[in-house]
Design a protein. Sequence first.
Length: 712
Amino acid sequence: MIFQGDLSKYHPADALMFMSQLSLNGVLSVAAGQRVLTLVFENGFLVDAHSTAGDDKFVRLLRWEKRIDEAVVERIGRIRSETGMAVRQIVGELDVVPLSDLQSTLETVIEEVLLELFLMETGTFHFTDARVAPDGAAIRLDAGALSIKALSHADEWRNFEKSVISLDREIQWRPADPISAQWPAAWKMVARMAARPLRLQRLLALAPMGSHAALRMVEQQLAAGCCHLLPVPDKAADPVPPAADTGLDPLFTTYKQALKSVMRAPEVVKKVEAVIGFCKNYYRDILIFTARQGQVIHCKRIVIDGHGGMRQQSHKGDLGAVAADPVFDAVCRSGVGFLGKVFPSPLIAALMDPPPGGECALLPVVVQPPLIMFFYACTERTYEGLSPHHYLELLSWMVAPSAQGAPGGAGGAAAGPPGASSGRPDVSTKGTAPALVRMLDRLEELPPLPAMAGRTLELLADPDAGLDQIEPVIACDQALVAKLIKVGNSALYGGVQKVGTLRQALARLGAKTTKSLVLAASARGYFLQDRKGVRAWGQSQWRHSLECGLAARRVAAVAGEVDPEQGFVAGLMHDIGKLAILLLDEEQFKAIQQLRIAEKISEHEAEQRVLGVDHPQLGHHLLERWRMPEPLVGAVRRHHCWAAAETAPRLTAVVALANHLSHILGGRSRPDDFDDPGDIDALRHALGLSEAHQADLLEKVAMDFQNVDLLG
């Protein structure tokens, strides 16, 4: 994917969030005159950034931290001037200090470059999806979180610059004010630098800390009266425009507030709410359409009065076919929104009288076939020049970038698992209980598996995929490489000789084991999401899932007829339906747990009583949505009633016994899930496990559980 744009039209935060949410790999170059900034992305994470100013700061920090001496500083300077190489690359080549020891410094430099980018008013950017080889620094920063931080820092920088009129003003320490012994060493250095008059811009660049941190320090000392600013230089002493002219454009200010809310929101629904907050100031009506299998089944209408107040109306039923409306159909097929004059639409006309003039926007905010969600907003007037439409389009990328095109281009790559938009028919709900139908509809709200998991599913589905196909997928993730080497040397798989490279670890683990371990590592984030309730429960559930996977691998190896790695994956995913319940409705999940404890009943029985549906049913449909292999789907569906398994009965029995072993031997002992000990005996008998097998199995499983943290 290659895209480009102009900073006068697109905010840098939009580009960063676009790449982060699409998990892109590549290089973003930003140019303004002779100035060039480079940002490197790996699976959507920011792993490197450099510019001339950023590299200058990097060298000063290395010298300040006594990582290098003056001779090395001079050598780096010569190499930079002769080759144009970035300082990080030069340091890596010279091997004067391991990059892995410079994580904090490198993160400061990346933040420095981001601040420089967010302060740029003009320039062009260009993204190329070319992979960059890892350099051992192991930096993986959340681009979204950094964007929010950089936005805040850039705002503070501009406010400070406005308050002092110009950063060309000189600052000087007051001789009568001694430097406090309590100050950090870097602060003392800045104070000494200001002993003689020094331009603010120069002081911030030379300071042995990030420029924003230096600015905050200067602000504090100016407020305390420890230093003062000299008069504005003649070149900066032009008459200051009236305050009304220097203020930010209200439209841009509203957009910026909405952008921050969208970027912070963890779910699509919350992101849409933030977009509505932006629209209420500029639009008359908002319609949110939900379509399934081409039919519009729900519409929420939001009517905005002249004072910004809103009232809502909800319409349900068969509201018309997407294909019957040319504009809706085109947006659905292309994944690219429509922005322009109000257009005639049978779908819209059935719900409201569109304004005779004015403009409208029709945007796809969820595109996960068979579910499509459209966002429509209209105005009664037209705009000249930069209009709310331009900012609304930018916000729409942040809501559902996987459904949108790259800036100035066609639709981007899907963010969901492989096959998610293929021609395979959706899970049928015909004849299904109403409660299950409702929950199945809500499953579409769940986020897709991480990108790494999606690629791993492709490998899992291909029995012929070998190490040559697996290694490139893993090599780009240094944390995963380290984990596989660690697992390869563990008691679970360890041999006489230690492995020290990815290739050696893969050779020891084998293709099947590696694929299942990669899936486990990449699915971990699905359980440990950054929501308080989810993360607290997710830690416990993640451990249980890993234990069940390890136990299923052992049971399959002893019982035979089931691939141990297939057993591991089935055990790992067996309770994914519980996670679905928690992600969709935390309060209902808590009610289920309270009922289970109060009445001493099994969890799936409590789920049936609270929801009318249980986690095996939800897990079954969720894995079908993810296009998991059929035996795995069947095992998840029947792991609490293994004797009734229609598909892969032996794999289902393996998972059922593994689940029991985790309950009695694992980190959260809870044997009450099986009320009848005879059921366990029948399970062991069905798998052909003798007394000797059982004793050996219990010993090995207990040992595996002691090593579960290696995988988590």
